[in-house]
Design a protein around this ligand. Sequence first.
Ligand code: 5GP
Length: 122
Amino acid sequence: MTRRYDDQNIFAKIIRGEIPNSTVIETEHTLAFRDIQPQAPVHVLIIPKGPYVDHADFAANASEAELVDFARVTAQVCEAEGVISDGFRAISNAGVHGVQEVPHYHLHILGGRALGRMLARA
Ligand code: 5GP
């Protein structure tokens, strides 16, 4: 099952150029830009330009060119932001349980400080 894509979401508006962004890397298929409310010294969002709701939708339905480009841009962002040697976290929230705020697939790249455990223990 794939969730329905809403083309009025904020990242769709960023892709269409209706809302400005602080671009880190842009390619034919992928856009990487700085999060407007960074939660770490490095906080970059990587999004496909195609209309995918979440990671599962992108992984299931994107073309090979889109998938490869997204992966390569992710590596380039990590390199450019200098987070490879000390480490980073790549997170993608999905749906209600994942507390996804923007319903366009995005990968958060967080780094530049020790980030603590991934989830608080119950
Ligand atoms: P989510 O909770 O969906 O995984 O994360 C959405 C992220 O998008 C949040 O970290 C939030 O700060 C960021 N965000 C929301 N609106 C904008 C915007 O207009 N511009 C940018 N650059 N980031 C945004």
